[in-house]
Ligand binder design. Structure first.
Ligand code: HEC
Length: 244
């Protein structure tokens, strides 16, 4: 390996030596790195998501995971007597469980999943859990569109990161259901700008999503956020956690 390197260097030296002109090599960039240099700016990747479609993998799985509990302490992660054998941890288990008509493709309002939510029966403990009307609309639309096991590539645009269009949607889908109400999990509210900003400023938000430091890794007992979402949140915090 080393010999190879030395050989290449001597060929290079010969080549330079044999040319008559002395080229000036461009100077090495000595600018000190700014803090933001630690996060590589990922090039924007085009999204192939259809804005009228609701995708199981992108939206419904994280929604059901955080608000109906695909984690071990939160209810519907595997079939049991306590949860009436309803397992919401995968598309297959939703569509093939013991409960008849839990989800009827194309017919949300006769699907028991939507009925239970609209009747206020699920999720049960509203002091530390919530499902928003927007989320109910997403579930309803997904079932109306056929309750497919579908996914799309959202792309990743880390330029001009904004709280309203980038950060709030991620936190709402992955975190808010357990971090809202009068008795939020971990004593941490993540339901609006000022509460999310508090968690950003005290460092817990970044530690929790990066699975680092002394805080419990988040989202609780679910998969880690994807790299793009972690980058977006990191950039937003580094830029001052603004309400932009
Ligand atoms: C399924 C429920 C659930 C979801 C979803 C969830 N959390 Fe948590 N969170 C908890 C629980 C439970 C605790 C308390 C853990 C403990 O102290 O043992 C907690 C604690 C926290 C804390 C406080 C840590 C501390 O030590 O002060 C932060 C910050 C946090 N979560 C952020 C998040 C973020 C960010 C997300 C979304 C990416 C998220 N959580 C999603 C249940 C959840």
């Amino acid at each position: 390996m080393k010999k190879h390197y030395i050989f290449l260097l001597s060929v290079f030296a010969l080549l330079i030596g044999s040319s008559c002109t002395h080229e000036v090599l461009s100077p090495i960039n000595n600018t000190p790195p700014t803090p933001n240099d630690s996060i590589p700016d990922l090039p924007p990747i085009e999204s192939d998501c259809d804005s009228d479609s609701i995708y199981y993998t992108n939206t419904i799985a994280p929604l059901l995971g955080s608000s109906c509990g695909s984690s071990t302490v939160y209810c519907h992660n595997s079939p049991s007597d306590e949860n009436e054998q309803i397992d919401l941890s995968s598309w297959w288990s939703i569509m093939n469980g013991d409960e008849d008509e839990l989800v009827i493709p194309g017919n949300p309002f006769n699907s028991k999943m939507i009925e239970k939510i609209l009747e206020g029966e699920m999720p049960p403990d509203t002091s530390s859990f919530s499902i928003t009307n927007d989320q109910i609309d997403l579930l309803t639309a997904w079932i109306a569109q056929g309750a497919q096991d579908n996914s799309c590539n959202e792309g990743c645009d880390t330029t001009n990161v904004s709280f309203q269009s980038d950060i709030f949607p991620i936190i709402s889908l992955y975190c808010t259901s357990c971090h809202s109400g009068s008795d939020p999990n971990g004593g941490t509210l993540l339901d609006n700008y000022s509460n999310i900003r508090n968690a950003a400023v005290n460092g817990n938000l970044i530690d929790a999503i990066n699975w680092q430091g002394t805080v419990v890794p988040m989202p609780f007992e679910l998969d880690q956020l994807n790299e793009c979402y972690i980058n977006l949140i990191q950039i937003w915090v580094d830029n001052g956690a603004l309400d932009n």
